[in-house]
Every structure is written in structure tokens, then in C-alpha cells.
Ligand binder design. Structure first.
Ligand SMILES: [Zn+2]
Length: 688
């Protein structure tokens, strides 16, 4: 659920006064008793106390489970197990969110330490033999959703190695802790390593006015640009200066290098050893055993199909791009990795008469937020209302309650703009697991969109707008799927390689004029996004889809290869280059250490393929909606009930079949990639 994207403005404009006003008085310290670690004082001590309380609650539930007399049942065994599981998950979620967004370094450091503590508690639960034996002794439940939960829990126990001897289990625990620790260090190295390049102001030609406004030259006429995504993406896309693009590309692709070389090797070695201990040939085999995909062999077959579908149209796109670039630079042999986005932008402007800057005035942050909430409300038949007075971790965070009629589904927290020390990505974070009658599933978006400072309208790129709805798709999945009886039946507990399907499906809605027009209004004049501008934008947007899918296969290959080759012998640069060159026609730039900051390697490990698999499923899902009436037709409610509401109480494969009436296929995916080659048809059918 973490994404790189393309915001325009630089981070760092923290409203310091507001921050100081928000920091609570230390004297007001009170024990943490609420549902959230920030409900009281917001101090590191409060977070610590809150987490310890959750972990003690988990211990108490497990003691109750183990002390139960008589035959094992749902009530005396699964129920207390789920209470313990839910308490630990809440402690993990909130430690992790504060690690990314905590207002002070002290709080983030405490949150990082507690992320390890809480993950370790989950590992210990997953290796608890008496609990496993008690769960195994429950007779098969009649309710299919409860039966699935129990069966999947027992499968996860076996995958965790619970049936191994004491010495092996101790070793497993040690490796799990090492994996958690190395992952946190890897991510923190990325988070903390901001590279800066200082350039002459004259080199900024081509960059949009608001970039220039937020990057004023110093007394010597020099401008500082950082490797953070907002700066990097703007420069690589818009800067006319090839030397600047190269300099910043190398800076951004050296983040956490070389620091993460041995961190990554340590992580991969620990995973490899763990897979071997558990009887799997590689970590990739192990990590896919409880996923929809099932095995690396099935993945190879799937990748071959996707490659077959995307390679030829991708090559056509690349050839057109190169021909276009050669009109301006006749000597050009190949487009270099650092120049690809620039040429794509130039191509889009020339071929589709579309400048991605031209739509930004129609997407000021506040209107987009309202548009996202309204779209989700209509589509999923929920009501989303602002709620005032809730404590949060930062004054810029806004809060909403989500209702289904009179039933409250949960609370959402939106932390949407960059600030110093905050996580630089785009993510959805569950805050509480959700279990009917026990607690509601709360969640947060942690994003870095433009805006947030007084007087800044936060003009977003179209891509940002789509990312916002994507993340909101995760949030809706969590809230709607978090209403089951047990915490372990929540959406976050479904097969991990299904997670990106509901979010990617939602992206498609914002390619529709009828959905955009109600909120895409000019931030000064109020004029609606003109239909002919929209048409040019969507035509430009369809260009590059196939080569984009080929790029996803690069990441898929890197993620898989690092987890199936022997860690000790991997030359990460060479491997990255090999995978890059297999799927990309662009020239590899020596000094590109992208992998060192590829945090997906910690979270998704070998399973980056999730994005591609879920794109295929998402497009198949979207094709079931009435293109003429996307939000108001019956498909929205049917989708909510068949796909979102079950959360993790059914196998993902079953959810797909329940909604489609069949298994998924690549038909819609192929059509989506080929849309650019039939732009006239696209233009006439997608506008209404
Ligand atoms: Zn996502």
C-alpha cells in the first residue's frame, strides 16, 4: 500500500507556530486508555504506555485461552485468540504510523523501537505451540467465514514453523526479529538520506512556475534541489537541462547507497535461512505459499502472459518516442533512463497537444479531497462526515467519520501534505483492526500532496488525483471489510497479493469525465474542466501504458530475483541492470542504485508482482461497471457486498469469482493497454 508518486511542490513548509501550539503541556500527562496512542498527551511515554497496555491485554486474553476447561470451542479458544491478535495488530499499526508521521524525532524513535517490540510479539504469538494446539482442537466451525479464518490461521501457524522442535523455533524467532530489524534499518536509511544538488538558476528552464517559486535562488544565484520525490519527479519530467536531469537522477538513485547494500544482504540472508528452516527452497517459494499466486512457478507463467501482452505494444510506444526525440536530437541512439520521463512529457505535449501543467488549476487540493470523498460515498453507498475535536498526531491532520445509514463504520485520518521528518511516501495505514461489537476499524492516509501551507491552493497533477483515489480505495476496503465478527477477518488479513486490486480498480473511475466534472473546477474562476481539455488529457494518459507495464515487470523481476538467488553472492547493481535491460528499451545509466531505496523489498519481499496481478483483476472488475453510469448503477453495491464486505473471511480467489461469475482473465487488461492505438474510439466513448 505504499506508492511513489509525482507531487510538484517541495516538502518542508511546516507550520511551526501551529505545531508549537499543538504540543501538549507535559503536566497534563495521563495514562493512555483510548483506542489510539495519541488520544492523551502525544508523548513518547504515552505511546509506550499505550502499547504496553495493548500487549498486556493480549497476554491476558491468551492466559484466558490456555486456562479454559473442557473441549475447545470458538468461544473459549478462537474468541480470546482473536482478542490477542487484534490487540497486537493495533499496537503494530499505531507504532508504525507514528514511526512515519510522529511530530518529533523522539516520538519517531520510540515508535521505531516499539514497531520491533510489537512485531516481535506477533511473531511470538505465531510460534506459540500451546495456542496452536488449542486452535487445532476446535471442531470445524459451521459458519464458512469462521471456518476459513480458523483454517487460514492454522496454515499461517504451520508456515511460521510452530510444529518444529524448541531449538528450531528459537532460531526462527531470532531470524524473524532480525528480518524486522533489518527492514526497519533499510527503510530508515531511505527515509533519512536526502541528497542535495546545488545548481545555477539558469538550469531550471522548463520547470513550472510554482516549482520556481518554492526554489528561490540564494545570493549567489544558486538553487538547492533535493532527492525527495516531489523535486526529483518535477525535474526529471520538466527540466530542459539534460545535465541537471542526469545529476538529480544519479543523486536520487544513490539514496541509501552504499549503506543499504549490506543491510539488504543481511535481510535477504535471514529470509533465506528462515525459508530453508521451514522446508522451502527459497524465500520466494515460502512467501507465495499462502498467496493467490501460490508459487514462483505459477508466477513465471503469469509474467510470461503479461510480457506477451505488453511487450509488442510497449515496443511500439518506445519506437514512437525515440522517433519523436530524434526529430529534436537526430544523433540520439537510445533514450537514457534519466531522460525517459522528460521525453514522454514532451511527446504528450506534441502529439496530444497536452501539457500536464494545464490541468493543475482544476485540481486544487481541497476540491480534490471533496471529490474523492463524494465519489467514494456514491459508489459504496456510505456517508463520510467531518468530525471535529478528535486528537490526532499533528494539527494538519483532518478527521472524518464514515457511516452506513445510522451505523458508524469507523474514523479516518487524513495526513496529506509533506512536512519535515514525515514519511515521504503515499500510504494507507490501518489504525485499528476492527471487530464487530469490540472496536471499529479506523484508518489513515499518509500522503505528500501539494498544499497544506497558508495561501497555497495545492494544485495537483492529474496523476496525484488518481493516486489519492487509489489510496482511498484501500481505506474503504479496510473500513467496509473491517465489520466482521473477528479482527482476523479484516481486509488487511486477506491474501497480500489481492490488496492492490480494490485500490487500482478505483483509479479507473477518475478517468471518466462524468466523475471528474463535479469537482474539477478552476481554483480561481470556478470554471469546470473543459471537455476538450479532458479529452486531450485522457488521450495523453493512455499513451505509455504498455511500456509502463513492462516497467512493472522490471520491479517484479528484481523483487523475485533478490529472493530466489543466494543472497551472499548477489551483485545488486548487476542484477538491477540485468532486469532493467530485459524489460526496458532505455539505456541503463551506470551509477543507478535504485534498489538501495526500493522499500518494496522490505514490505512486499518477493511479491512485487502483486501490482501487476491486481491491475489485471482491477481492470476485469472495472469492466463490470456500466461505462455510461459509473457511480449510480447497481454494480457499486454488488461490488461492495461481494468484494469489500467479506474482508478476509473468504479466499480472494472466491471474491473474484463471486463478483465476476468466473475466474479473471487478461481481456480487459489487453484492451486497456491498446486504448492508445484506438484513441478516436476512446475519445468518443469516455466522454459523457
Ligand atoms: Zn496501493
Amino acid at each position: 500500500m505504499r506508492h511513489r508518486s509525482t507531487p510538484q511542490r517541495a516538502p518542508g513548509l511546516v507550520a511551526l507556530l501551529a505545531l508549537a501550539a499543538w504540543l501538549p503541556a507535559l503536566a497534563a500527562a495521563a495514562p493512555a486508555a483510548g483506542a489510539h496512542a495519541w488520544d492523551g498527551t502525544g508523548t513518547p511515554a504515552e505511546l509506550d504506555a499505550w502499547v504496553q497496555q495493548r500487549l498486556q491485554g493480549a497476554d491476558a486474553a491468551l492466559a484466558r485461552l490456555l486456562a479454559a476447561k473442557g473441549p475447545r470451542s470458538i468461544e473459549n479458544t478462537l474468541q480470546p485468540y482473536d482478542e490477542a491478535f487484534g490487540a497486537i495488530v493495533d499496537a503494530i499499526c499505531q507504532s508504525q504510523v507514528l514511526y512515519g508521521v510522529g511530530a518529533s524525532k523522539e516520538l519517531r524513535d520510540k515508535a521505531q523501537a516499539l514497531s520491533e517490540t510489537t512485531q516481535s510479539a506477533l511473531t511470538a504469538l505465531n510460534l506459540n505451540q500451546p495456542v496452536y494446539k488449542a486452535l487445532s482442537a476446535i471442531p470445524a466451525p459451521a459458519d464458512p467465514g469462521v471456518r476459513h479464518y480458523l483454517e487460514r490461521t492454522l496454515l499461517e501457524y504451520r508456515l511460521a514453523g510452530v510444529d518444529k522442535d524448541d531449538a528450531t523455533r528459537a532460531k526462527i524467532k531470532q531470524l524473524q526479529d532480525k528480518i524486522t530489524e533489518r527492514s526497519l534499518v533499510f527503510n530508515r536509511n531511505v527515509h533519512d538520506d536526502v541528497r542535495k544538488v546545488v545548481v545555477d538558476q539558469a538550469q531550471l528552464e522548463g520547470l513550472p512556475p510554482d516549482f520556481l517559486a518554492s526554489h528561490k535562488p540564494d545570493a549567489k544565484g544558486q538553487v538547492t534541489i533535493t532527492s525527495d520525490p516531489p523535486d526529483t519527479s518535477a525535474v526529471l519530467k520538466f527540466a530542459n537541462s539534460a545535465p541537471l536531469r542526469k545529476q538529480l537522477f544519479l543523486a536520487a538513485h544513490a539514496v541509501a547507497f552504499p549503506a543499504n547494500t549490506e543491510v539488504l544482504r543481511g535481510l535477504l540472508t535471514a529470509r533465506e535461512q528462515l525459508a530453508h528452516l521451514l522446508g522451502y527452497a527459497t524465500w520466494a517459494d515460502y512467501a507465495m505459499a499462502d498467496q493467490m499466486m501460490g508459487s514462483p512457478a505459477k508466477l513465471a507463467a503469469f509474467v510470461a502472459k503479461v510480457d506477451e501482452a505488453s511487450r509488442e505494444p510497449g515496443a511500439r510506444e518506445d519506437a514512437a518516442l525515440l522517433a519523436f526525440a530524434r526529430e529534436r536530437e537526430p544523433a540520439l541512439q537510445k533514450i537514457s533512463a534519466q531522460d525517459a520521463r522528460y521525453w514522454q512529457e514532451q511527446y504528450r505535449r506534441a502529439k496530444f497537444n497536452f501539457d500536464s501543467q494545464s490541468v493543475r488549476p482544476y485540481f486544487p487540493y481541497a476540491a480534490v479531497e471533496k471529490g474523492v470523498l463524494d465519489t467514494a460515498s456514491k459508489l459504496f453507498h456510505v456517508q463520510i462526515r467531518p468530525v471535529a475535536g478528535l486528537r490526532t498526531w499533528h494539527p494538519s491532520v483532518t478527521t472524518y467519520e464514515v457511516f452506513d445509514g445510522s451505523t458508524k463504520l469507523g474514523t479516518i485520518y487524513l495526513d496529506m501534505h509533506p512536512r519535515e521528518g514525515k514519511d515521504k511516501w503515499f500510504s494507507t495505514q490501518p489504525l485499528t483492526a476492527g471487530a464487530r461489537g469490540r472496536e471499529l476499524p479506523d484508518g489513515a492516509l499518509v500522503c505528500n500532496f501539494p498544499g497544506g501551507a497558508p495561501g497555497d491552493p495545492g494544485l495537483m497533477q492529474y496523476g496525484d488525483v488518481v493516486v489519492f483515489l487509489h489510496e482511498f480505495g484501500h481505506l474503504m476496503h479496510h473500513l467496509i471489510g473491517g465489520q466482521n465478527r473477528y479482527a482476523g477477518q479484516g481486509s488487511f488479513n486477506i491474501e497480500g497479493d489481492f490488496i492492490e486490486a480494490p485500490s487500482q480498480m478505483l483509479e479507473e473511475f477518475f478517468h471518466d469525465y462524468g466523475v471528474l466534472a463535479p469537482f474539477a473546477h478552476h481554483y480561481q474562476s470556478g470554471a469546470v474542466l473543459p471537455q476538450e481539455l479532458y479529452l486531450r488529457m485522457t488521450r495523453a494518459d493512455t499513451y505509455g501504458r504498455a511500456s509502463d507495464q513492462q516497467r512493472q515487470l522490471i520491479y517484479t523481476a528484481m523483487s523475485l530475483d533478490t529472493h530466489r538467488l543466494e543472497a551472499a553472492g548477489i551483485d545488486f547493481d548487476a542484477l538491477w541492470r540485468k532486469d532493467f535491460e530485459h524489460y526496458s528499451s532505455a539505456a541503463y545509466l551506470p551509477g543507478d542504485h535504485f534498489w538501495a531505496a526500493m522499500t518494496h523489498l522490505t514490505g512486499y519481499s518477493s511479491n512485487y508482482y502483486t501490482y501487476v496481478l491486481d491491475k489485471v483483476i482491477a481492470l476485469d472488475f472495472f469492466a463490470q461497471f456500466d461505462a455510461k453510469n459509473l457511480l449510480d448503477g447497481p454494480a457499486g453495491m454488488r461490488y461492495r457486498q461481494a468484494v469489500l464486505a467479506p474482508g478476509g473471511s473468504k479466499p480472494a480467489e472466491q471474491l473474484v469469482r463471486d463478483f465476476l461469475g468466473r475466474d479473471t482473465n487478461l481481456d480487459a487488461y489487453r484492451g486497456w493497454m491498446l486504448a492508445e492505438f484506438a484513441t478516436d474510439a476512446t475519445a468518443s466513448s469516455s466522454a459523457h
